[in-house]
Design a protein around this ligand. Structure first.
Ligand SMILES: Nc1ncnc2c1ncn2[C@@H]1O[C@H](COP(=O)(O)OP(=O)(O)OP(=O)(O)O)[C@@H](O)[C@H]1O
Ligand SMILES: [Mg+2]
Length: 249
């Protein structure tokens, strides 16, 4: 599904991502962890096309997507959520999901005006399913800006899914959540397993990462220092060292 080959992204002298090799298989839930500043978000941004790489190759379903801009990657099937939530605050919950479904490809295929009216039952059904999935059905007419923090995170996940991604990049979806919300997120992510979406999960909340992933890679100073199953990673000496030595507070 996704293969990074010798991927690098430097900011001046900072080697945020430094020669990263990573393979995510179809259908996997793959964890990417590491101390603050280890290059996790930069990796996500480079995969999503928000930042050009300094060097290296990104293969998505066997194709080099390096030259594709963000919207083409979205259309090809790569959607993401942000570490800092980004929604259309002045649109309703329902509208945020509707907008996300309107990739250029869909507009051409389904006819813009049908979609604009929201009249096509397939579209409405799909949004209704996503609202149900996120527990936001009762908030569908609320402005996104007025949602509570946890609800905004749920909407962001639903919006990414509305684009019907093949690869979903989640950058710290549990940040700022209480343990009940983390439990719900865990169930949601697990329920996506087998639905045809592959997930790259960046996360500090170990309870979540260890509970949902098939495999985990650990970054430190932009380099992969370990990779394995959750059990292997938990027992890995280099991982303990990186976290104990590198994590502030
Ligand atoms: N746009 C940028 N300009 C300059 N430096 C940047 C930029 N983005 C990231 N960096 C630097 O690159 C390094 C990696 O940052 P990145 O945000 O990828 O880390 P992270 O692993 O996501 O950390 P966190 O867990 O805190 O979110 C850091 O040293 C950071 O300061
Ligand atoms: Mg980050």
């Amino acid at each position: 599904m996704l293969e990074l080959r010798s991927l690098a992204r430097h900011f001046g002298g900072v080697r945020a991502v430094d020669g990263l090799n990573l393979t995510v298989q179809d259908g996997q839930i793959f964890g990417l962890i590491g101390p603050n500043g280890s290059g996790k978000s930069t990796t996500v941004n480079v995969i999503a096309g928000l930042l050009p790489p300094t060097a290296g190759t990104i293969l998505f379903r066997g194709e080099d997507i390096g030259p594709l801009p963000t919207h083409r990657r979205l259309r090809a099937g790569i959607a993401r959520t942000f570490q800092n939530i980004r929604l259309f605050g002045q649109l309703s919950v329902w509208q945020n999901l509707w907008v996300a479904q309107n990739s250029a490809e869909d507009l051409a295929r389904r006819g813009f005006f049908t979609r604009w009216l929201g009249g096509q039952s397939g579209v409405r059904d799909e949004i209704a399913r996503l609202l149900e999935f996120s527990g936001l059905a009762h908030k569908q007419n609320e402005l996104a800006a007025n949602l509570a923090f946890g609800e905004q995170r749920r909407l962001e996940l639903a919006r990414a899914l509305a684009a019907r991604p093949k690869l979903l990049l989640l950058d710290e979806p549990a940040a700022g959540m209480n343990s009940e919300e983390v439990g719900q997120l865990r169930e949601r992510i697990l329920s996506l397993r087998g639905s045809g979406v592959t997930i790259l999960l960046v996360e500090h909340v170990m309870e979540l990462v260890m509970g949902v992933t098939d495999r985990i890679a650990v970054l430190n100073f932009g380099q992969k220092i370990a990779e394995g199953t959750p059990a292997e990673i938990q027992a890995h000496p280099a991982v303990r060292k990186a976290y104990l030595g590198g994590e502030a507070a």
